[in-house]
Design a protein around this ligand. Structure first.
Ligand code: ATP
Length: 219
């Protein structure tokens, strides 16, 4: 049973770090497909996204246009209130059934704060987690609360485990995506600098055409 990868984020905007993560889901986890799930209200960031859901989806479609095994799934944009991964995973588990392997892709910086997420300890009953080190944040086992550390410690497993059971494991992916963040991109645009090379040209063109992330604009 090849897993289905789930990649949640704000994608404000999408960049080559995200694309690298998606690629490693195929090369390392051998997933059958990947759903990209842009958040409506990523309450953990303490602010709403800068670009609208409409623009973020349009940029994701451009970034992933050549890959038929990657779907942009807009379910989180259609929900009201804070975007809870628990709700998303519960819906996807109901959709794919109890035996499908679901793997949530996550950067080490976000994973280190997992114990602040809504119903975090129940997430392991719905999906595996595949954690990707980020140059700015390598996964440390001392991250998070004691309850989180012991939960993660007991769940660390091998890649192959994501093919043999539907949920419950934590795997560390050995890959280094480019050290890019959406914050770096927005800061560059605000300074008037180019973001070519940080995201595909089609996304750069879209940002320019719609004047996104300029200090005076809120799209
Ligand atoms: P921002 O700078 O606005 O906070 P971001 O670049 O972290 O955004 P998100 O859309 O919030 O992008 O990230 C979605 C997921 O991808 C998170 O789990 C994050 O940790 C991970 N991620 C993003 N960029 C990278 C990267 N360069 N390397 C590893 N993980 C990354």
């Amino acid at each position: 049973m090849n897993p289905i990868a789930l990649f949640g984020g704000t994608f404000d905007p999408v960049h080559y770090g995200h694309l690298g993560m998606a690629r490693s889901a195929f090369t390392q986890l051998e997933v059958q497909k990947l759903l990209v799930l842009p958040a409506s209200n990523p309450y953990q960031k303490g602010r709403l996204p800068f670009a609208s859901g409409h623009h973020r989806v349009a940029m994701l479609k451009l970034a992933f246009k050549d890959d038929p095994d990657i779907e942009i799934d807009e379910r989180e944009l259609h929900r009201q209130g804070a975007t809870y991964t628990f709700d998303t995973l519960r819906e996807l588990r109901a959709l794919y059934g109890k035996t499908a392997s679901l793997v949530w892709l996550i950067g080490a910086d976000a994973f280190a704060r997992l114990d602040t997420w809504h119903r975090w300890d129940e997430l392991f009953g719905l999906a595996h987690f595949a954690v990707i080190d980020r140059p700015s944040h390598r996964l440390q086992i001392q991250d998070g609360s004691a309850a989180f550390r012991s939960e993660v410690d007991a769940r660390i497993t091998s890649l192959i485990d994501t093919h043999s059971r539907p949920c419950g494991g934590v795997v560390i992916l050995g890959m280094a995506p480019p050290p890019i963040s959406s914050t770096d991109m927005r800061d560059s645009i605000a300074r008037g600098d180019s973001v070519r090379g940080m995201t595909p040209d089609a996304v750069c063109d879209y940002i320019e055409q719609h004047k996104l992330y300029r200090p005076e604009e809120k799209a």
